[in-house]
Design a protein around this ligand. Structure first.
Ligand code: C2E
Ligand code: MG
Ligand code: MG
Length: 637
């Protein structure tokens, strides 16, 4: 309201009875002024508040904008980094990579792809089609199928949403795995991977898994595969043969001439075997010195016998290896399909059984499988199982057979001979179970039992009677032999001079260093050592020189023909003469008749052992015999 109106109103208000009350007017005016002043102040305050609020809002907006800008800047940097990384990754990939859009045009390609197919980035620039690329490759010789057909199948596969995969063999020998995968928004990604090295390595690994590294022959695994394959395709009336071949005395070659030469021999044998067979046959090495041959398409058994003979002769011909002439022979076992089995396992098992027979028939020969071999082998296995329980079951016993001096007819020694009382099969002679015990290593504990029992029994005999114990080669090679013998003698209280051990040539044939060492140690203790079964081995005389034996036991086979057999007479005479010169005693084994005894006396033999004097006897019987013997001596003396 304009001032004058306000004043007029106040003057009016100050007029009482038509007179202006000045003081009232002044009061009214001052009130008005005061009121106006407080109004103004109020509006000033609210203005200030508003300005402050606006200010704050502004500041907040500013920081918000600032924050957003930095975030954007960071994001931009990240994207740039990411792009760099993506580029680096793309171009450093070991695979070639292409990306096509929904229209089938190149979007991205990497360096590796260009290198793989000798293309330039210009040739593979974005916008090119698969067809373009393939045509360029066809031109530079890195693609050689029909391009149209390839593209057609590729596009159809991608359209179905499936992956398109091809292994491509390039003319330069490379193998490329090409894989095209459809993308979610249309288009597809292709990877090209050079798998040449991997394939080569895989092939090599597969070869190694199926071949023997030394001879490069198929191994047991591949042999089995080939057998299964050949067996499944076996024609009616046709047969398949499996020849299982084992080199005779290969271990000897290895031990005496060294592993290097042993390896050379195996390689030479492998070469000869390869030469013996037709391309459709398989030669495999299935163990140290074991080989197998599969002969396919056998019309007659004779074909196989012929092959076995050829192989035998081929292996037998002398070898010249690094300046050494090496001789080697083989034993062969043969099984035929379908006659002897139609499963690889059965055939190998039966051929192995026939091989076992070839070996026990003197080696250097071949044998065909016969069903009775299986029966025998089973019986043998059963015996083996029972033998493992025999020691704990106290089924062994020792008998003693006296050995008498030919000059005075007195007992000088008794030989301990083991017996096995089988709970069901009765008495089993040592020739039947000792070889099994040797083969499965049981001869060590059984032998120790014999040593301890023999020493304990002998301790009860007259002081001038010795006890003789037979030892197997395995026992003599065993490190524990000397300690066991010392302990047995000490436990029994038997002087070492009253113990004799008998070994055969096979002990010395092992050619082990510790064999001779153990024998010398025993001799130093006072134990005497006899060469048993003399004349049945190979080169007996040389073994007589390799160790100073105390006694030679002439084998029964030379005694049984006496006195008529001229050759036996000559041999016995030669041995007794030799023994005398070498200061050794001689014992004739298996003397059964008075005539034999008389002949031996004339031949200057020192002692005899045999049924003529006594069979092997039980410990108490032999003691009685010795007592009678002592009585005789007292009467004579
Ligand atoms: P060996 O050591 O040559 O023992 C002599 C064998 O000839 C014994 O056979 C004996 O009974 C037999 N014999 C003795 N006199 C005559 C005879 O006048 N006529 C005939 N026909 N035979 C006679 P045995 O007891 O069957 O032992 C056979 C082989 O078994 C022994 O031959 C020996 O090599 C081995 N052997 C026996 N006991 C043991 C042992 O405890 N340990 C080892 N490792 N081998 C043993
Ligand atoms: Mg003996
Ligand atoms: Mg003997």
């Amino acid at each position: 309201m304009p001032m004058h109106k306000l004043l007029a109103r106040q003057i009016e208000a100050a007029q009482s009875a038509g007179v202006v009350d000045v003081s009232e007017l002044v009061r009214l005016v001052s009130v008005t002024y005061e009121q106006q002043e407080s109004d103004r102040q109020r509006s000033d305050r609210s203005m200030a508040l508003m300005i402050e609020e606006l200010d704050q809002l502004n500041r907040r907006l500013e920081t918000l904008v600032e924050d957003r800008t930095t975030a954007l800047r960071e994001r931009e940097g990240e994207l740039r980094d990411q792009n760099l990384r993506f580029d680096a990754a793309l171009n450093n990939m070991s695979q070639g990579l292409l990306m096509f859009d929904h229209a089938g045009r190149v979007v991205i390609s990497n360096r590796r792809y260009l290198e793989m197919y000798a293309l330039t980035s210009e040739q593979v620039r974005p916008g090119r089609t698969v067809q373009d690329l393939l045509e360029m490759r066809a031109q530079n010789g890195t693609f050689f199928s029909n391009t149209e057909k390839y593209v057609e199948t590729l596009l159809a596969t991608i359209e179905r949403g499936d992956t398109f995969f091809r292994l491509v063999d390039l003319p330069d020998g490379r193998t490329i795995a090409v894989c095209s995968r459809p993308m979610a928004g249309g288009g597809w990604v292709v990877t090209h991977e050079d798998i040449t090295e991997r394939r080569r390595a895989e092939k090599q690994i597969a070869h190694m898994a199926h071949h023997d590294p030394l001879t490069d022959l198929p191994n047991r695994v591949l042999l089995r595969d080939r057998m299964a394959q050949a067996l499944s395709g076996i024609a009616r009336g046709e047969r398949l043969a499996v020849l299982y071949l084992d080199l005779d005395h290969f271990k000897g070659v290895n031990d005496s001439l060294g592993h290097q030469l042993g390896d050379e021999l195996l390689q030479a044998v492998a070469d000869r075997l390869r030469d013996c067979v037709r391309p459709s046959d398989t030669v495999a090495r299935i163990g140290g010195d074991e080989f197998a041959i599969i002969q396919t398409g056998v019309a007659q058994i004779n074909d196989t016998a012929e092959l076995a003979r050829t192989v035998g002769e081929a292996v037998r011909a002398p070898y010249e290896l690094s300046g050494h002439v090496v001789a080697c022979d083989s034993s062969i076992g043969v099984a035929m399909a379908p006659d002897d089995g139609i499963e690889p396992e059965d055939l190998l098992k039966n051929a192995d059984m026939a091989l076992y027979r070839a070996k026990s028939d003197g080696r250097g020969t071949y044998r065909f499988f016969e069903p009775e071999m299986d029966a025998r082998m089973k019986a043998r296995r059963a015996l083996e199982v029972d033998l493992r329980d025999a020691l704990a079951g106290e089924q062994f016993d020792l008998l003693y057979q006296p050995i008498v001096g030919l000059a005075d007819g007195r007992i000088t020694c008794c030989e301990a001979l083991i017996r096995w009382h089988h709970p069901e099969r009765g008495m089993i002679p040592p020739v039947e179970f000792i070889p099994i015990a040797e083969e499965i290593g049981l001869i060590i504990p059984i032998g120790e039992w014999v040593i301890r029992k023999a020493c304990a029994d002998a301790a009860r005999w007259p002081n001038d009677v010795k006890v003789a114990v037979n030892l197997s080669a395995l026992q003599v090679m065993n490190q524990n032999l000397v300690p066991v013998l010392i302990s047995a003698l000490a436990t029994a209280g038997l002087p070492a001079q009253r113990l004799e051990i008998e070994i055969t040539e096979t002990v010395l044939m092992q050619n082990a260093d510790n064999t001779l060492m153990a024998l010398h140690q025993l001799r130093e203790l006072g134990v005497s050592i006899s060469m048993d079964d003399f004349g049945t081995g190979y080169s007996s005389l040389s073994y007589l020189h390799s160790f100073p034996f105390d006694k030679i036991k002439i084998d029964r086979c030379f005694i049984s023909g006496l006195p008529q057999a001229e050759d036996s007479l000559a041999i016995v005479r030669a041995v007794t003469g030799l023994a005398k010169n070498l200061n050794m005693k001689t014992t004739a084994e298996g003397v059964e008749t008075q005539e034999q005894l008389d002949a031996l006396r004339a031949l200057d033999c020192t002692e005899m052992q045999g049924f003529l004097f006594s069979r092997p006897r039980r410990p108490e019987e032999v003691i009685k015999l010795m007592r009678d013997d002592s009585g005789k001596k007292a009467a004579n003396g």
